[in-house]
Design a protein around this ligand. Structure first.
Ligand SMILES: [Zn+2]
Length: 216
């Protein structure tokens, strides 16, 4: 299959072809709870740019070369024999991380602290490819009418905004005002989630006239 892979850092983000499109082996079902997703959309996150420029190399320890892409959605292509909740052809969004579901952190609902956590696109090959292998518990079936390419950024940008908006909504009461600073990739999602979660007045602050126009 084809995959867009990062071979070396580009500290000035000036190269036009920093990701190399190349042939790599297709992932196969290896364990009974594996799910192979045919990628329908993979978002480009600001974190991808930080990985490319190498500024996160100390924190993330990303091995090179790597297939980037951690905001993924697509269609189920194949499933392991234990998989029950999705079947080939189902449209799915892929959670950021691959986790075991049985460690203490997973059982507390703190999946990001899973002892066997794998982070496709960060520490293992991600979704800038035709196929991606994850686990059944990493995929969530999309409702009818929602295309994978439209849903993919919610795997990270949406989830990040949702967490902040949910925490704010818990303390916002009708008559109070929430200020969203920045109406970019996260802010425009966060403001809409806030509106759905609470009755507070929402004020958007941004220096970009395009962003303010979008907000209005
Ligand atoms: Zn776990």
């Amino acid at each position: 299959m084809r995959a867009a892979r990062l071979h070396e850092y580009d500290e000035t983000l000036s190269r036009t072809e920093v990701l190399r499109l190349e042939e790599v082996p297709e992932p196969k079902i290896e364990e009974p709870d594996d799910v192979i997703v045919r990628i329908g959309g993979a978002g480009l996150c600001r974190s991808d740019l930080h990985i490319i420029e190498g500024s996160l190399r100390a924190q993330l320890n990303t091995p090179l070369p790597i297939t980037l892409g951690h905001e993924n959605a697509g269609w189920v292509d194949a499933v392991g024999e234990m998989v029950r909740t999705v079947k080939p052809g189902d449209p799915v969004i892929v959670h950021l991380v691959v986790t075991d579901g049985v460690c203490a952190a997973c059982r507390r609902g703190e999946d990001m602290h899973c002892v066997s956590l794998k982070f496709p696109g960060i520490d293992t090959d991600g979704g800038f490819a035709e196929f991606l292998r994850v686990k059944e518990r990493s995929v969530l079936k999309l409702p009818a009418g929602l295309e994978p390419k439209d849903a993919a950024p919610y795997a990270d940008a949406g989830l990040t905004s949702y967490r902040a908006a949910r925490r704010a909504a818990a303390i916002l009461r009708p008559g109070m005002t929430a200020v969203v600073i920045g109406f970019g990739g996260l802010g425009h999602v966060g403001a809409q989630i806030l509106r759905a979660l609470c009755a507070a007045r929402i004020v958007i602050v941004d220096v970009s006239s395009a962003a303010l126009e979008l907000a209005s």
